[in-house]
Design a protein around this ligand. Sequence first.
Ligand code: EPZ
Length: 435
Amino acid sequence: MLDVLHIKGGQPIQGVLPISGAKNAALPILAATLLINAPVSLKNLPHLQDVTTMISLLNLLGVRTLIDESMQLEFDARDVQCVEAPYDLVHTMRASFLVLGPLISRFRRARVALPGGCEIGTRPIDLHIKGLEQLGAHIEIKNGYVHATAPDGLKGTHIILDQPTVTGTENLMMAAVLAEGATTLSGGAKEPEVVDLANFLNACGAKITGAGTDEIQIQGVSTLQQPCHYDIMGDRIEAGTYLIAAAITSGALRLEGIEPNGLSKVLECLVQTGAVIETGADWIALDMKGQRPKAVSIETATFPGFPTDLQAQWLALNCVAEGEAVISETVFENRLMHVPALQSMGAQLSVSNQSVSSIGVDALSASEVYATDLRASASLILAGLVAQGETRIKNIYHVDRGYEYIESKFSSIGCRIWRTVEGPISPVRTSIEEV
Ligand code: EPZ
């Protein structure tokens, strides 16, 4: 049985939308609960497949989870005994590799399956391994697993990262928290999700300064046993996806529960398309005044540059925007797999290396397309919003990994979108179809 998303295009987005907790902050923070020798409760966890997978891994390792009266999730890692993250879980969700740093730091040993590559690239983890070895871990890679030991515990040091890897920075930050002495992480990732992880760890008693800058300082502590309540930040990639959707449909949208500073570059590009943007401490409003967006060229980069996780969505906008533009993907080596599907919908695109040039067309035409990865799925939904007819997107399980309640959210702001489950028998509708 396969879920299929159906979208009938032509409606401008109008309305107000709450933004969910950030997937890419929730995943490292969940892994970090392994470090804490006390119960911690997390609010604003998004209801996503990847979060469920990470919680299953934590339970397998011995972390107890409890849902309290206000539906907050409590995590208690006081009795963790197991230090092995098996292949079948790490293989389904690469971010499971984030348990390596906490396990080796607190338990001085760990056995974690190699995450392997995915649709968008080879996704190496050499920088994670190199940093852990600099902290004193002995690492052996055998039979598809990373075997890490540190019988005398990790020792603080100065690590200079060759690339600002997001989860690499997070793994090493978590490892350094219980290391003996001070660690400096130079050249690490500055993404807001890395800062959210540091804020969570400090709330539990860690001593981290400089998160979000080129120099992160971690003063090792012997144990973390401060119970804490933490509220996960809003998901800036979800927010950016809905803002781009509103721009594509020449609509108007207000997002709540999102801090604008994580999207500064994206908001700057949206203004260049002709959008009127207003922001507050925890909200962003966009209004296209009914105008067709202008095409804008972008080049992806690490934070504070244009996020690679919004590249596919931006291409959908350039497909129907006024004028020509070029998008260059500089972070991953294979993140243009949404191009053929967009071309099948009538987009005028040409690819050279990791750049795609577009000539805006007045409208796309509905088609049956296949999603290839999480953000490519979002790009196809956005294209469906402005395609004439009913677009059908298959392999939609990709989108459920990163977008909470996606069809109900889009429906709540005026879009005609519904899901069916298709298999050997006729399609079964699982959400109310807009008539
Ligand atoms: C994180 O992946 C995000 N995932 C990705 O989001 C995001 O696209 C990416 O950062 C870039 O912003 C999570 O946070 C769970 P990287 P990560 O290590 O950490 C190279 C989504 O759609 N590299 O920053 O795996 C690597 O090849 C997902 O939500 C090494 O060479 O990305 C890549 O070219 C997709 N060696 C570059 O760094 C290493 O040891 C950036 O990768 C590690 C990385």
